[in-house]
Design a binder for this molecule. Structure first.
Ligand code: GLU
Length: 474
């Protein structure tokens, strides 16, 4: 049997990290079993759904790299199929028409509450029975599923273990509303069955729906899938993760400069473990993932750990991959890389210093854009009279260089120090401020090598002019 899983979001908003983790687990499980993964958009709630939300979910899934083998399916396009199945259950007397009005149901509920009974729909209640008997064909009605009265539903949740719910605790669920639209619990069952879903992996907020859905599977006479319900994600303060905790949408993580590999690695560990291993390549995740190693208890979000992982992936990923994701940030900043060093070389040099791509993009402007002023603090400290001679000597040597390599540039700096009998800092820092505009950068020889001779020469001259002007004004 081919394993088939699905992610079935309702398009009421963006793809949030909880949803993304559920999607990731479903995707990983399918991959780990050589199976398939389906994307299904549960868009039956017309009031709360929107096209923007559908687009946001798809964008988030694509950004995370969670490719689906089938779909996206849309429930709103399958109403005929659901109705066909509702009619089948009706014909088999496994469902029935209920004419009880909302007012009547409220009245019965109030009565039950007054009698300290569990408020529930009770088809045998004399008032409801009477209403149903009095109704004529064609009167407005809902269709209810005839839930078994005896026994219980038992299932083996892959995360939570054996779960048993007595049928006496479940009432006859509405499966088609008065307006003819089928309801959530029914559509999910028909879909999961039609789509051949073998494993339903979803949030534990659905655990109460599962026994109801299992009864529907049984009534339809079809195989019940295996279920796995994942625990919640909490914010670092222990409360349920929400907007209050900062970014919740997956795309906000892109905006904040995370790599999808880092977020996936973070999310997989948020509730799943393999010994105490923290870093998992995509391939390892797929090979090692298993449902029974998912934790039963809620997990708390930890931004520091996510940052640490992101730094790890910026440092160790193929620079081409980092470059692909950096492009969005470069575009945001209007940095064009055509007339400068290869972005992959810049990433190799600067990447390890950065926890996010936002930090990275902020540190590489000088490779591609000329500046018309130096950072005020850095200039004040390092572009002073004492730096004039070292910079002049360095400039002459740089101009004379025929081979533009990091080694030769390193030698230039060493020679300036020897010739003028000064320490490395006396030329290193002024040179850094001159060529980068600021006081922080990786090793200045490597930086100059990437910036290129023409720009380096022009910038040292600019620094000398700055010093001259400063001295003139002193
Ligand atoms: N559409 C449901 C939700 O977004 C998920 C249903 C399911 O996974 O069975 O919560």
């Amino acid at each position: 049997m081919t394993v088939k899983t699905r992610f079935a979001p309702s398009p009421t908003g963006y793809l949030h990290v909880g949803g993304a983790r559920t999607a990731l687990y479903s995707w990983l499980y399918a991959k780990s079993q050589g199976g398939e993964f389906v994307l299904r958009i549960e868009d039956t709630d017309l009031e709360r759904n929107s096209q923007e939300a559908v687009d946001a979910i798809i964008e988030g899934m694509q950004w995370l790299g969670l490719e689906w083998n089938e779909g996206p399916y849309f429930q709103t396009q399958r109403f005929d199929r659901y109705n066909e199945m509702v009619d089948k259950l009706l014909a088999e007397d496994k469902a029935y028409k209920c004419y009880a009005s909302k007012e009547l149901l409220d009245e019965v509920r109030a009565e039950q509450e007054a009698n300290k009974e569990m408020p529930r729909y009770d088809a045998d209640h004399p008032k409801i029975k009477a209403a149903n008997e009095a109704a004529k064909e064609g009167d407005p009605c809902v269709i209810r599923f005839r839930n078994p009265k005896e026994g219980s539903v038992v299932f083996e949740d892959q995360i939570r273990g054996r779960i048993e719910i007595s049928n006496s605790q479940m009432d006859d669920l509405i499966i088609r509303r008065t307006d003819g639209s089928p309801t959530y619990n029914f559509c999910v069952v028909v879909d999961d069955w039609d789509m051949g879903i073998t494993h339903v992996i979803r949030g534990e907020d659905h655990i109460n729906n599962t026994p109801r859905q299992i009864n529907i599977y049984k009534a339809l006479g079809v195989t019940v899938p295996t279920f796995a319900h994942c625990a919640m994600i909490l914010g670092d303060d222990g409360a349920k993760l929400s907007k209050r905790h900062g970014a919740v949408s997956v795309m906000q993580y892109r905006d904040m400069g995370y790599l999808p590999v880092a977020l996936n690695n973070y999310l997989v560990r948020l509730g799943w473990s393999h010994g105490d291993q923290e870093i998992f390549s995509q391939e390892e995740m797929i090979n090692l993932f298993s449902l029974n190693a998912i934790s039963k208890s809620a997990s708390a979000f930890n931004t520091d750990k996510l940052l640490w992982l992101n730094n790890h992936y910026i440092k160790t990923s193929d620079p081409e991959y980092v470059a692909e994701h950096l492009q969005w940030h470069l575009d945001q900043k209007g940095i064009k890389t055509e007339n400068g060093p290869a972005i992959t070389d810049v990433i190799k040099l600067v990447g390890e210093r950065c926890n996010t791509l936002v930090e990275l993009v902020e540190q590489i402007g000088y490779f591609y854009q000329d500046f018309d002023a130096f950072d005020a603090d850095a200039a004040k400290k390092h572009l002073r009279g004492v730096a004039k001679q070292p910079l002049e000597v360095a400039l002459a040597k740089v101009e004379a260089l025929t081979e533009w390599t990091t080694e030769k540039l390193h030698q230039v700096i060493a020679d300036v120090c020897t010739e003028l009998e000064i320490g490395m800092g006396k030329i290193g820092m002024p040179l850094r401020v001159a060529v980068t505009g600021g006081g922080q950068s990786p090793s200045v020889d490597a930086v100059m090598q990437l910036i290129g001779k023409e720009r380096v020469v022009a910038r040292i001259k600019m620094a000398l002019a700055f010093i001259a002007e400063r001295e003139a004004n002193a």
